[in-house]
Design a protein around this ligand. Structure first.
Ligand code: HEC
Ligand code: HEC
Ligand code: HEC
Ligand code: HEC
Ligand code: HEC
Length: 216
């Protein structure tokens, strides 16, 4: 039978097939890496805020307790955001005329909330509750990182469903004694949690990973 294609054309054709396969595979791999990577979830990206508030100064250097500004974090689903009044308790005496604090002063005078931009925001169909975590020994640091060192507040975790489930399958290694929940830079002292806590979570992990715990 006569040759249909020249040898050169055959080689070219083979190369084309190999290249096509390679680009499909690497495209899929890239898509996978992209979907799993932190940047897709805005990890490390600050949001533009009306006032250049700094946790490193207020929590780190001044040592103000998280609850002073996020006052409902132990009793409600929402952590709560500070009102202008909370800021003015100091800033009516410290840096009184500073221009960066102008939005705070006008919110205070008008009695309006400050328009803080969310850094952490789950989609509406996912339910989260701070009190449920904070009162069970899950620390701010575990989910929000070293906030006391941030000059701009950023996400340190994806907050993806996979991230939630990773912990919900076996929370025990991530739990702290209740009095260390607000600590930053905490190191476990080798104090083991009581056996009944382990037994509890062997049972509870089924409830914690069922869809309607977070999708209600
Ligand atoms: C317990 C007291 C206290 C509270 C409450 C407080 N601050 Fe401050 N803030 C300070 C002190 C002290 C400084 C440092 C002043 C200085 O060094 O001149 C400061 C500095 C600042 C600065 C200037 C930072 C810089 O880069 O120089 C901003 C902006 C600021 N605070 C915003 C806020 C906001 C917004 C709130 C409310 C959410 C708030 N502060 C609540 C005590 C407080
Ligand atoms: C003096 C008040 C103050 C204190 C104390 C404070 N915060 Fe905040 N926090 C704020 C303000 C104001 C914002 C909004 C601006 C920003 O994102 O930086 C904020 C934002 C946050 C956010 C992001 C909120 C969002 O919408 O995504 C987290 C997380 C947070 N704080 C955690 C903490 C933790 C943990 C502590 C204790 C270590 C703490 N904060 C102490 C005032 C405070
Ligand atoms: C188990 C993980 C986890 C822990 C522990 C945790 N947070 Fe959060 N935080 C989140 C998630 C998830 C969101 C976004 C919630 C949403 O959009 O419904 C959030 C949002 C916030 C916000 C924005 C306001 C809000 O409630 O939506 C603040 C402020 C905050 N957290 C502060 C804190 C502080 C302070 C602590 C420690 C006392 C803490 N968080 C502990 C996961 C956590
Ligand atoms: C580091 C560990 C950890 C992470 C991360 C975590 N959780 Fe939890 N979660 C827990 C623990 C521990 C409990 C408390 C379980 C108990 O004792 O009932 C809990 C409880 C809950 C509850 C209440 C369940 C109930 O039936 O009362 C909800 C809702 C929840 N988590 C949602 C989430 C969501 C949504 C995320 C991700 C955005 C998340 N959690 C991330 C550890 C974690
Ligand atoms: C511990 C909490 C938690 C549990 C349990 C959970 N989810 Fe989710 N789910 C989330 C959060 C948070 C998001 C939003 C972040 C994201 O898209 O990953 C989400 C997102 C989703 C989405 C949208 C995904 C997308 O890519 O847009 C679907 C679909 C979903 N969940 C289905 C389920 C099903 C089905 C189950 C039970 C097998 C389940 N979830 C159990 C927390 C949870």
């Amino acid at each position: 039978m006569a040759q249909l294609f020249t040898p050169a054309a055959t080689t070219l054709f083979r190369v084309a097939i190999v290249l096509t396969c390679l680009s499909i595979v690497s495209g899929a791999a890239l898509a996978y890496v992209w979907a799993r990577s932190g940047s897709t979830w805005n990890v490390g990206k600050p949001a533009p805020q009306p006032v250049p508030f700094r946790h490193d100064l207020h929590s780190g250097s001044l040592g103000i307790d998280c609850r002073y500004c996020h006052s409902t974090v132990e009793r409600a689903a929402d952590a709560g955001m500070p009102s202008a009044q909370t800021c003015m308790s100091c800033h009516s005496q410290v840096r009184v005329g500073a221009s960066v604090l102008e939005p705070i002063r006008s919110s205070f005078l008008l009695g309006q909330p400050i328009a803080w931009k969310s850094v952490h925001r789950l989609p509406d169909y996912a339910y989260f509750n701070h009190a449920a975590h904070v009162t069970k020994g899950v620390a701010c640091e575990t989910c929000h990182g070293r906030v006391d060192r941030m000059s701009k507040t950023v996400k340190t975790q994806t907050l993806s469903m996979g991230w939630c489930l990773d912990c919900h399958r076996d929370p025990v290694p991530q739990l702290r004694p209740q009095d260390a929940v607000f600590d930053m830079g905490y190191e476990p002292h080798g104090t083991n949690l009581p056996d009944d806590v382990r037994a509890f979570y062997r049972e509870a992990s089924r409830r914690l990973t069922s869809c309607n715990t977070c999708h209600r």
